[in-house]
Design a protein around this ligand. Sequence first.
Ligand code: B1M
Length: 216
Amino acid sequence: MKIDYALLNQYVYEGKAPKVKEMVQEAIDAGIPVAEILEEGLIAGMSVLGEDFKHNIRYVPEVLIAARAMKAGQELLKPLLATADVKAKKKGVIVIGTVKGDLHDIGKNLVTMMAEGAGFEVYDIGIDKSDNDFVEAALKYNADIIGMSALLTTTMPYMKTVVERFKAEKLDHIKIVIGGAPINSQYAKDINADGFGPDAASSVSLFESLISAKAS
Ligand code: B1M
């Protein structure tokens, strides 16, 4: 069976949650790989909307409705990423959140889903999180890795505050990985983070290499 990704992209764009759910379920039933449905069906639709949002062709309410539709699709994919065999032995503990002042959570949720699917124990602390929130959660869950997300150029500097707080608390054994549309690897270096995740799949590979480096 062939999935009409252009149509699924259109449904995400238009925020038609029931249609998105229906098509994602069809794709799942047809045995399409989950990563493909995510990338080509959901993320691609949201990217087009992002461009139109940027050029004032679409506005916040429309983006919110699309985000809801995208989440409806993600919910169906989530259990498939957390398969039984990867659950058996956890690879490591990750605490993830979106930084203070920032309410964007779609990318963070994708990273969470993929990391859980790859066998990590992930604690998603949500959006608008302070350095205190990250430190408290890291200690509470005995984290190996902190994942931070920021989508705004105005909130990305807060990542530095969190990195510095971890250094001040002498929590250097906890690795810090950052991601989000305005972030790049140079910025991660500049603020002394341990890595940059350009997308969900690469973030998971990075988590794996940080855990193996820690173990060796
Ligand atoms: Co906002 N917004 N938004 N928004 N929004 C952007 C980010 C923007 C680029 C749009 C634009 O102008 N083109 C722009 C930022 C401009 C800038 O800072 N330079 C913007 C703006 C301006 C705003 C507001 C200020 C708008 C306003 O109110 N005037 C406002 C701010 C609110 C706030 O946060 N305080 C706002 C609000 C919103 C909504 C609430 C309407 C909604 C968010 C809904 C939600 O998240 N629940 C929204 C959305 C949806 C977007 C766009 C359209 C899409 C973001 C998204 O979900 N992308 C976005 C435009 C765009 O990015 N094209 C935009 C899909 C997602 C899968 O990608 O998040 O990049 P992304 O995640 C990727 C990677 O970056 C990486 O992996 C993910 C999966 O591959 N990654 C990580 C992300 N986090 C990671 C963490 C990691 C590792 C990897 O940790 C280890």
